[in-house]
Design a binder for this molecule. Structure first.
Ligand code: NDP
Length: 397
């Protein structure tokens, strides 16, 4: 029986509170707080049963967060607002000695650069306060990191090559839309590519390296090497890795729109003057693009995200592919959101459950692969994200 405060009433927040509400034995009291309270109220009504309390909070404002935490007294704060809010929410958790979980690492607003250094810098203070921070507990980062830890624990003596493969083979019927917050998504996919090889980071031009990869039940999809945040913590926590890369599928239509958006300056993060007001082009773009939370209704098809790993076991080389396929239609039928929100929200709920059951609880700041993967893997199967394994197949990479 525990109290949990969820911050951020977007697509991911919707799934998190939906799934928590179904487990009253674990999450007895749930509060959803966000910048716009009416969004929290609408989600609470949809979940029903008076299970979700709601509140308004500006998560950029530490005193407001502290006041809310002191009033509601949660055992854990789950941050599914935006990466910009990570540090203010961590500050409020420190001040109130409350544990913390998120799904995306901190990113400064004025620089499209995500790194763990800002959050890892809280390590000593969280340890001294006796509270836990669980970082990056969505699907990628999150499940992909747990998949890697599970592979290293059960299937290899040493893992050497890791390729995380993220395919969205769904069709939402719109000319252009992003599957999660457009501002964060476009900042992520338009930056330079980067991967780790032989102890060094190698940078590429955006989308420079690509190849078709076969995804189970889906088939071949052009996959592009991009930089993704879990690579930074995985190469640190699995020092036997000789190479670690991340691949994501994009359709030609999506890439063409993205190129136009960039070329005309609409992906810019520097403010520009418009009719006497300062506006940030990418934030204006977000206002006119489809809301990712509303894509679910007509979304068809699957996501397929997994880890393709090569390493050694008892002196012999072997390969291992562990993945989950998630249906957009099934995610929508269950929670009213599409699979990208679903595959992020379910692991955040499971991570919260791991903490509250005392299975992932230790003072300090941790990435998810630093905890025991076994109970989390079991919970994925029970709560809507079943996974599959393929041993010794051609990884294509
Ligand atoms: P949305 O944009 O749909 O939702 C974000 C919510 O946060 C909105 O309700 C917004 O409120 C709220 N919010 C923003 N700023 C503040 C603030 N200052 N104070 C209070 N609330 C605020 O995003 P998603 O639900 O798609 O994504 C949520 C998080 O999940 C993001 O950090 C994203 O990067 C992460 N993510 C992680 C993935 C993973 O696999 N690890 C995959 C996909 C997403 P309002 O509506 O009022 O503006």
């Amino acid at each position: 029986m525990a109290r949990v405060l969820v911050i951020g009433a977007g697509g991911v927040g919707t799934v998190v509170v939906h799934k928590m509400a179904g487990l009253p034995g674990v999450f007895s009291d749930i509060m959803l707080a966000s910048r716009t309270k009416s969004k929290c109220d609408a989600i609470a009504r949809k979940v029903g049963g008076d299970r979700i309390k709601t509140a308004k909070v500006d998560a950029d404002n530490v005193p407001q967060l502290v006041a809310l935490i002191r009033t509601f007294k949660p055992d854990l704060v789950v941050n599914v607002a935006l990466p910009y809010q990570d540090l203010t929410i961590m500050d409020a958790c420190l001040e109130t000695e409350t544990s913390y979980l998120d799904t995306a690492n901190y990113e400064p607003r004025d620089e499209a650069k995500f790194e763990y250094k800002w959050q890892w810098a809280y390590q000593e203070r969280f340890r001294e306060a006796g509270i836990t921070a669980i970082l990056g507990c969505g699907f990628d980062p999150g499940v992909t990191s747990v998949f890697t830890a599970y592979a290293a624990k059960h299937h290899f003596d040493e893992i050497h090559y890791l390729d995380i493969v993220d395919c969205n083979a769904g069709d939402h019927g719109k000319a252009f839309a992003t599957n999660f917050n457009p501002e964060i998504n476009i900042r992520e996919v338009t930056q330079k590519g980067k991967y780790f090889e032989n102890g060094k980071w190698v940078e590429t031009e955006p989308h420079e390296i690509h190849k078709p990869l076969n995804y189970p039940e889906i088939g071949p999809k052009e996959s592009y090497l991009i930089y993704h945040e879990e690579l930074e913590s995985l190469v640190k926590n699995f020092p036997t890795l000789k190479r670690a890369r991340f691949w994501m599928t994009f359709g030609q239509e999506y890439l063409t729109h993205l190129r136009v958006i960039q070329n005309i300056g609409m992906a810019g993060i520097e403010p520009v003057m418009y009719e006497g007001h300062e506006i940030v082009p990418i934030q204006f773009l977000k206002a006119v693009l489809p809301n990712p939370g509303d894509l679910g209704e007509n979304y068809k098809g699957w996501t397929s995200i997994g880890c393709r790993i090569r390493g050694v076991r008892e002196g012999k080389e072997k390969t291992y592919y562990v993945y989950n396929n998630c249906s957009h239609e099934a995610a929508y039928a269950e929670t009213g959101t599409q699979a990208v929100s679903y595959t992020t929200g379910v692991p955040a709920m499971i991570g919260a459950m791991m903490y509250l059951k005392g299975l992932w609880k230790k003072p300090g700041v941790f990435n998810v692969e630093e905890f025991d993967p076994d109970p989390f893997m079991e919970a994925l199967n029970q709560h809507g994200l079943p996974w599959h394994e393929i041993h010794n197949a051609d990884l294509e990479l």
